[in-house]
Ligand binder design. Structure first.
Ligand SMILES: [Zn+2]
Length: 363
């Protein structure tokens, strides 16, 4: 039987307060159950506070598109994008057919799965391919956010594509030189050496002193031990800087964000060659998140191509083809990317999207 001591209650109260401050609550349009979602956060919060320079991660208003997550129902497994208005309570027959489609679906666990479920629900409710594709694309971004962090980013925090290129170039140069030693590391090493000398000097005094002097020397020795521990703590902290823990992993993550699976794999291979087992778990985690992103990008691309085939307005057709082309580029399908981006330029040669397509072709 659970004991509800005061400590436990305090803990529950704190949890409730935290949830109240960070969650948006709503009712499930399918069955009226209470929906909650984590507080919105920057999509790549795990790796910085910026965009990765990905053309499509920033809306026209400058907002990061995956700042919002999806609300998921713990009872029926339905999910809905959290940033738009939720549909009202569904008519009983629509709710029943959606429940049948979701039968046995577990509540989605990750942001990527919640957004993918939201896309499935919108599709079941009759949404068009462009809307469903957009939700799938956001799901792919959420998976990419998983790939990008947490972990040291080595200063890779670009806000534009040219910045991303420049920062990647600098990082690769550093990695080829074997990673920079943090200047703080050598200062700490020197400090540790000085403390060692001081400790030995005090130890040498011990047999020669007595009375109040002995107490003072013992006290000084204790203080030296305390400072030594602080230096060790600082050194342990430095040990997680990129140069020590694998600049190669930082680069693999950065190329994953930039959308170059070939270079991502090259740096993962370099990380394995240099650090062996020490990086195996992180490499596996990164690959799994990238595979999830690729799966969702493929699903999004199929929807965008469908919608583009039916789009009448040239600018809308170009927009959908650029989205499909960038999804192809990000999974390393260069041929499909060239074809789709070329079609986007053809669809609306003088439009803004044609410029975006040309820039993506150059990457
Ligand atoms: Zn529900």
């Amino acid at each position: 039987m659970a004991v509800r001591g005061p400590g436990r209650l305090t803990c529950a109260a704190v949890t409730a307060l935290t949830l109240a401050a960070s969650a948006r609550a709503a009712e499930c349009p399918v069955d009226g159950a209470r929906l909650t979602a984590p507080a919105p956060r920057a999509w790549n919060a795990g790796a910085g506070v910026d965009s990765d320079g990905c053309t499509w991660s920033i809306t026209a208003q400058g907002r990061r598109v995956a700042d919002s997550d999806a609300l998921a129902c713990p009872r029926c497994g339905a999910a809905f994008a959290a940033d738009g208005p939720l549909p009202g309570r569904l008519p009983p027959d629509a709710a029943a057919s959606l429940l049948a489609a979701l039968a046995g679906a577990a509540p989605p666990e990750s942001a990527a799965r919640r957004l993918e479920r939201a896309a499935e629900v919108r599709a079941a409710l009759g949404a068009g391919a462009a809307e469903v594709g957009a939700l799938l694309l956001r799901a792919a971004w959420a998976a990419r956010a998983q790939a990008a962090g947490p972990g040291p980013d080595g200063g890779y925090r670009p806000r534009t594509v040219p910045q991303a290129r420049e920062q990647l170039r600098v990082l690769e140069e550093r990695a080829r030189r074997g990673g920079d030693q943090d200047p703080a590391a050598s200062h700490l090493e020197a400090a540790a050496g000085d403390l060692d000398l001081l400790r030995r000097a005090l130890d040498g005094l011990l047999p020669a002193v007595g009375g109040p002097d002995l107490i003072a020397v013992v006290r000084a020795r204790q203080l030296v031990g305390l400072v030594e521990r602080r230096v060790l703590e600082a050194q342990a902290h430095l040990a997680v800087t990129p140069s020590e823990a694998g600049l190669e992993l930082v680069l693999a993550r950065a190329w994953a964000r930039f959308g170059d699976p070939e270079r991502r794999e090259r740096w993962l291979e370099a990380a394995r060659a240099r650090h062996g087992e020490a990086v195996a778990a992180e490499a596996a985690r990164l690959r799994a998140a990238c595979a999830e992103e690729a799966r969702l990008l493929a699903a999004a691309r199929a929807r965008f191509e469908q919608a583009a085939a039916r789009a009448d307005a040239p600018s809308e057709r170009a927009r959908l083809l650029v989205l499909a082309g960038d999804a192809a580029r990000r999974v390393g399908d260069a041929e499909a990317a060239r074809r789709l981006l070329g079609q986007a330029i053809e669809a609306d040669p003088d439009g803004r999207l044609a410029d975006v397509a040309r820039a993506l072709l150059e990457r």
